[in-house]
Design a protein around this ligand. Sequence first.
Ligand code: GTB
Length: 217
Amino acid sequence: MSPTITAFKQSPDRGRGLARDTRVRWALEEVGQPYDVRLVSFAEMKEPAHRALHPFGQIPTYEDGDLALFESGAIVFHIAERHAGLLPADAAARARAITWMFAALSTIEPPILDLQTAKIVEHDKAWSKERLPLVEDRIRDRLGELSIRLGDADWLDGGFSVGDLMMVSVLLRLRTSGLLDEYPNLSAYVARGEARPAYKRAFDAQLAVFTAASSGG
Ligand code: GTB
């Protein structure tokens, strides 16, 4: 049986890959694991049946037999552990790949989320305009450090790993801000991730949800 993940029935980004099911789809595509998708509306996410899977009433979730998981990081890690392709065989390299996955989620993603909160939730507050440069500079600090570490390498630590999958997924959320363009090696890094056939399949699959919905399919 294939695992089942959940994704937005109506995605605010109209299926442009920003919702967190994309990183789960990408991991499944990288390892060649077929999967089913259950689409949930915002109302359905808050109902008891979905909250039994996800205590915070969000997507994505992952179900495989008796196992139910939430949190995109935990799901992607689970996929990487159970299939070849996303984690190196060498124990030390494996530990470093996992470190990069955590770095993406706990060091790089939080200031990026803060920018989205500032722009979407707080934009009508009197202090919003004044705060925005501070939020952007905190992102620049992290991008600068990441850019130095990546240098002219293709990936963060040797070959492509789950660490890169997560880092590219997180950085992609900056695309419309223009901040990524200030770091050409990071822009190229993200482009390399997007060029992977598995990423393209994942992106196309979640875009198809929106395309089908808008054409009444
Ligand atoms: N830490 C959790 C994880 O990594 O899985 C966070 C999960 C999460 O934030 N899920 C969001 C959600 O379900 C979707 S991804 N939100 C509905 C709710 O909380 O009620 C965040 C997201 C949503 C939409 C866009 N977009 O359209 O641009 C981008 C990102």
